[in-house]
Design a protein around this ligand. Structure first.
Ligand code: COA
Length: 462
């Protein structure tokens, strides 16, 4: 089928009406959870049509026996009926003028030859009527702008600048949990399951043109069409950074991916080369995926390569230096002038170099003053701010100082209040757009993503 236009993908996230085929009044059923989410977890204003021949109404909303009996073709249908009915329901959607379907149902190409045949039949019916489909074997879709939660997840993501795509529904629910706690927000969020029709490339193109999305973040097990992916990623990368966690890198991992979503993982080195050339930042782990994505979505790009590691403690500074060196990041050489200014506010035992260790007895005032000195220094392009908790420097006050300092500069800042998780200081930073990451080496990875993006835009590989 032809490439899907971004204006058609838009309708998956901004439908004026949604039908739920297999809507249920029985608590514990997926058709119940989806109805409940649509009605009660966002503030979706469109029309909702439960479809199930057994009911007159579902959760107080008038129900219809079939798609073809709705008063209008819905802009999107969520299908949650057993697999054997799916090809016919898709055909009925097509005949009735419903062009976008999301198939939650599992048991397709991920299960073997019968499932593959069922997926082919479903796709053929979709193609015959120009229906586009997300899934099968997926969790659903979210659009934070519309308050749309067309999924069976038990929590909805917060609004923000990241467009998220996942081949695994379980990763979606885990990511929502994590992101809610870490104050990471999303524009649209999509579980694409077996991606029999709409795939990462279609969604990357869409996100690349979407004003609300400042970074595309992808969990991926396979790419159905390498060339299409490469071209879409390259095009989107001109405006919007793309971060990918591509798993199934080892033989064992590839086998696991195959039985999960029917994915054929492909040669890993070919992926790395394609990612580099198309500007994609390749994450090695879930923490990398989110550390990189939040940096790219929330922080400006550095204007040069010179990084300062700013710290009230030696150990975290050493960890960060090691990590920076491993990743090929350059530590700024401080000028005599900057060293002089820091010497005026620090005891003689401060590090006199980079990492800038202002020593463990630093109070909030010293931390603040020193941070302004390094941010103002012309030889510095980016700062990783470390804080080891000590009684003299209240972390929340330090966080407030960092947020104020960030307002005075266009240089990127990544913070790591080492060991502090989900406390007010960390939340304060995150709510104000400063990524706060609990371990220093991860803060360096986040900074690495910004540096690599800068290099890519300057004409190198990612
Ligand atoms: N049109 C409308 N409704 C129909 C229908 C049709 N053609 N055929 C069946 N239904 C209704 C049923 O009446 C039922 O609702 P009710 O029990 O309240 O009456 C509902 O659809 C579901 O059918 P049911 O036979 O009870 O199936 P189920 O709920 O046990 O399972 C799925 C259906 C889709 C949930 C199941 O097949 C499945 O795929 N589960 C796994 C989903 C998954 O993990 N996806 C990937 C996530 S990442």
């Amino acid at each position: 089928m032809s490439d899907i236009e971004s204006s058609d993908i838009f309708k998956f996230f901004h439908p004026k009406s949604v039908a739920v085929v297999g809507a249920s009044s029985t608590e514990g059923k997926i058709g119940y959870a989806i109805m409940n989410n649509l009605l009660n977890t966002g503030d979706y204003k469109g029309t909702i049509y439960p479809v199930n021949p057994r009911y007159q109404e579902v959760m107080g909303v008038k129900a219809y026996p079939s798609i073809s009996e709705l008063p209008e073709p819905p802009e999107m249908a969520i299908l949650v009926v057993p697999g054997k009915y799916i090809p016919d329901v898709v055909e009925e959607c097509g005949r009735s003028g419903c062009q976008n379907v999301v198939i939650i149902t599992a048991g397709f190409s991920e299960t073997g030859s019968e499932g593959k045949a069922l997926e082919r039949e479903t796709l053929a019916n979709a193609h015959r009527y120009g229906v586009r489909m997300i899934g099968p074997n997926c969790l659903g879709v979210f659009c934070t702008e519309e308050g749309l939660n067309a999924s069976f997840a038990h929590t909805a993501p917060k609004a923000g600048p990241i467009g998220f795509i996942s081949q695994s529904g379980a990763i979606c629910t885990s990511v929502i949990e994590y992101a809610v706690q870490e104050n990471i927000g999303f524009s649209d969020f999509v579980s694409i399951g077996n991606k029999a029709d709409v795939d990462d490339a279609d969604l990357i193109r869409y996100f690349g043109q979407d004003d609300r999305t400042r970074c595309v973040c992808i969990y991926m097990e396979s790419v159905p069409d390498g060339r299409k992916f490469y071209e879409a990623a390259k095009e989107a990368s001109e405006t919007t950074p793309v971060v990918v966690l591509k798993v199934g890198r080892t033989e064992e991992g590839a086998k696991a991916a195959s039985s999960h979503t029917g994915a054929l993982a492909g040669a890993d080195s070919a992926y790395t080369a394609a990612f580099n050339q198309s500007g994609v930042y390749r994450a090695d782990s879930m923490s990398d995926l989110f550390d990189a994505s939040r940096a790219l979505a929330y922080q400006p790009l550095p204007k040069g390569e010179n990084l300062v590691i700013y710290s009230n403690a030696g150990g975290p500074g050493v960890i960060s230096s090691d990590a920076a060196s491993r990743l090929g990041l350059k530590l700024a050489e401080l000028s005599e002038e900057t060293i002089g200014k820091l010497s005026e506010i620090c005891p003689p035992t401060w590090s006199h170099g980079n990492p800038v260790d202002i020593i463990g007895d630093a109070d909030v005032e010293r931390y603040d003053k020193g941070l302004h000195i390094v941010l103002d220094a012309p030889e510095v392009d980016a700062v990783v701010c470390l804080l080891a908790p000590v009684s003299i420097a209240d972390p929340l006050e330090v966080a407030k100082g960092i947020v104020e300092a960030a307002k005075t500069t266009d240089k990127p800042i990544i913070a790591s209040f080492v060991g502090i998780i989900a406390e007010e200081s960390e939340n304060y930073l995150e709510r104000h757009g400063i990524p706060a990451i609990e371990f220093p080496e991860r803060a360096i990875t986040a900074m690495h993503a910004l540096m690599m993006r800068r290099r890519y835009l300057q004409g190198g590989d990612a």
